[in-house]
Ligand binder design. Sequence first.
Ligand code: URA
Length: 433
Amino acid sequence: MLAIEIIEKKKNGLQLTKHEIDFMVEGYTKGLIPDYQMSAFLMSIYFQGMTKEETSNLTLAYVNSGDRVDLSAINGIKVDKHSTGGVGDKISLIVIPLVASVGVPVAKMSGRGLGHTGGTIDKLESIEGFRIELSEEEFNYNVNSYKMAITGQSANLVPADKKTYALRDVTATVNSIPLIASSVMSKKIASGADAIVLDVKVGSGAFMKSIEQAKELAQTMVDIGNSLNRKTVAILSNMNQPLGKEVGNANEIKEAIKVLKGEGEVDETTVALTIASYMAVLGGAFNEFDIAYEKLENIIKSGEAIDKFKELIKIQGGNPEIVDHPNRLPKPKYSIEIKANKSGYIYNIYAEIIGISAMLLGAGRRTKEDKIDYAAGITLNKKIGDKVSIGETICILHTNKEDYNEALERILEAYIISDNQPAREQFIYEIIK
Ligand code: URA
């Protein structure tokens, strides 16, 4: 088999066999196929797309490139969730204790930040002592005993995706539906979950900018999951502006605590409860979504949810006192208030620019060697639809960096103020089952 013949075939819009897809993925992972041929292959997929069968085969080829996590030592239906990436997306921090509270085991493997989007693992590391490296025994023990554990992805989980993702990042082939779907689903399948809830973000801060595109991506992922016997549900949620009011690592921990105490913003509370409810239903705790939603709301109201979060921090070595004393989380040296330059309504907040600005303040890594500043981030005092007067604070930048000018310049492009009041934002657009 020759790589050039396979590239030619896809370039001409023909369907590839499983054998041909395996040949490309395995060859590239082992270094037998060079970057330039893989780039051409990815670009041909970008333009010609893939059939359902090809996308499932690509997912399996990715899964088979590395280790598979064996969760068979954990009792019950293991349900995982995955977000396609957003700004201020602290949903995982909220749903882990919530779903565990109703007895569904959450064996969570999470990643670090990617591009302008933050990672759950980085956020949890802002809690002093919190260990994200757990041995397999400790991970399984915690899920069996407390119904929850979170760890970083093992180094050899889907190496084909790791290598291909880095290449897609520099060849303008990230936002292709079959490529995103196989990348996401291969990681979920390799992580060993029995059921999966996907949070597909739509809008200016997401890879999918329109509802139509997001729907197609969601349906593709649900089809892959179902074809591989994983019950899969996808939620299309709004990423036209960051979720909640806090962006950054320690900032997002503080805000997740608020949601778990019942004091959170309505957008993130709604998205978290929706995802947690589907997880609870797929995990067998409830037959119906509405019953699960009501029960989980009550778990927040009763204080059980926040107690479960304290427990998560404690069993992973962190200091649970930060829940009652969030001011013990890392604090920034500088907090710079950004003022409105005109009066009106907040018409738009470009989530991607907020994410990039937070990264420039130190909240994310621009290179692998960069150290994260856990205190860095942005507080959004005003969100879309809010009224502002000239000179009023619209957001606050937090950093330990003396030189924050680049972030300051970018942040001014993120907020659009208009005389017209925008239409009400919807938090959840659709559910794909
Ligand atoms: N998240 C992933 O894991 N992969 C993609 O391709 C895009 C978002």
